[in-house]
Design a protein around this ligand. Structure first.
Ligand SMILES: Nc1ncnc2c1ncn2[C@@H]1O[C@H](COP(=O)(O)OP(=O)(O)OP(=O)(O)O)[C@@H](O)[C@H]1O
Ligand SMILES: [Mg+2]
Length: 355
């Protein structure tokens, strides 16, 4: 082999070796890529990608709006109710509150109005948001505050209130004693209530007619404005005795015209009060013996005719006192054995009729 041939052979060997090495590296590269461990979000965030352009419906969904249904679509209200998850609220209303049939019917009507409003929105049938300010009238202890709490929950589930909480206020929480302090005081309460229900108990005390030094009228004026301008964010419920509330509306027609729903809570009949007592006892794992129920019924008959009788609240208070007497009756007999039933059973001796 000549020197020239040897040089050519050496060059071709080197070139082939380089070629083989490059091939092997290439194959190894592809192999290692295919075996790469997936990158988890914790280890290394994926490089930011520009989101794909969003279709108008998707943008509406992002803003919390509902995608429009085609004109030939259909809805059922069973599906609407279950989507809003409101049956729980009605179950709790039925379970916890005895009677109140007209009030419960009215709440179903309000829910129906809102369900239909939601369904119409899905078809793009827009209408102003229904006015939801309410007035609950009735004597003390008839369930007004309890129903207002449930109403907040219902309106939240239906999407008409962002939070659905309840802020309870009376005249003293809103009206200040000195000039310039009432507006900020009222605004603080309103700020706390935004997204929920502002429940104003005995609302008629806000208005003191001829008293020119009273700042209650300032509160009424602020409320009138907020009830109109912030009705998407706040539901106001005014509560109190019916006749006084009617008087209040008589002297504040602006307020009357802003209330869309009036719910009247009637005083309970004797059998309803007894049932309420039975339910309260069940909920705390007590019960009235048959004789104790008779004694309790007599107690209520006597109490219903007295001033300051507060319906279901009086029932609750008397049952609390009965529990005290029951506890005392058992705990003072130190050496006597009591069984599970004894610890649950209220006897006539625990229910006392005071003259
Ligand atoms: N129908 C009912 N069934 C069972 N419990 C009831 C019923 N109505 C009221 N209660 C109970 O009675 C108590 C008083 O009710 P609530 O505070 O809602 O009455 P209210 O009308 O707001 O009274 P007030 O006017 O004095 O503020 C609560 O413990 C509530 O759970
Ligand atoms: Mg109340």
């Amino acid at each position: 082999m000549s020197a020239h041939d040897a040089g050519t052979l050496a060059i071709s060997v080197v070139c082939s070796a380089v070629f083989v090495i490059l091939m092997v590296m290439g194959i190894l590269g592809v192999w290692s890529l295919s075996k790469a461990t997936p990158v988890t979000a914790n280890e290394a965030p994926a490089p930011e990608r520009t989101p794909p352009p969003r279709r108008p419906a998707q943008r509406r969904r992002d803003r919390g709006e509902i995608e429009l249904l085609p004109a030939d679509a259909t809805v059922t209200f069973a599906a609407e109710r279950s989507a809003a998850d409101i049956d729980d609220v009605f179950d709790a209303l039925d379970r916890d509150l005895i009677g109140l049939v007209p009030v419960k019917r009215k709440i179903q009507e309000i829910a129906a109005l809102l369900l239909v409003d939601r369904a119409r929105n899905k078809f793009g049938l827009s209408a102003p948001r229904p006015n939801l300010h309410m007035c609950f009238t009735g004597p003390p202890g008839t369930g007004k505050t309890t129903v207002a709490l449930r109403m907040g929950e219902l309106l939240h589930r239906l999407g008409y209130l962002e939070k659905g909480h309840l802020v309870h206020a009376m005249r003293d929480d809103l009206v200040a004693e000195y000039i310039g302090q009432t507006a900020p005081k009222t605004k603080r309460v309103l700020d706390r209530a935004m997204g929920g229900v502002l429940f104003i108990d005995e609302a008629y005390y806000l208005y003191r007619g001829e008293d020119s030094k009273d700042y209650g009228q300032e509160v009424v004026d602020i409320l009138l404005q907020v009830m109109e301008n912030e009705r998407d964010k706040l539901v106001v419920i005014l509560a109190g005795y019916k006749d006084r509330m009617d008087e209040f509306f008589g002297s504040n027609p602006g307020m009357s015209s802003r209330i869309a729903h009036h719910l009247d809570f009637a005083a309970y009949e004797l059998d309803e009060l007894v049932n309420i007592g039975r339910r309260m006892m069940e909920q705390s794992n007590y019960y009235l013996s048959a004789e104790a129920e008779v004694a309790f019924s007599e107690y209520l008959t006597h109490r219903m005719g007295q001033p300051r009788f507060a319906n279901a609240r009086s029932v609750r208070n008397e049952l609390d006192r009965a529990r005290l007497r029951h506890a005392h009756r058992l705990a003072t007999e130190l050496d006597r054995s009591w069984n599970r039933d004894d610890l649950m059973r209220i006897e006539p001796a625990d229910v006392v009729i005071r003259a």
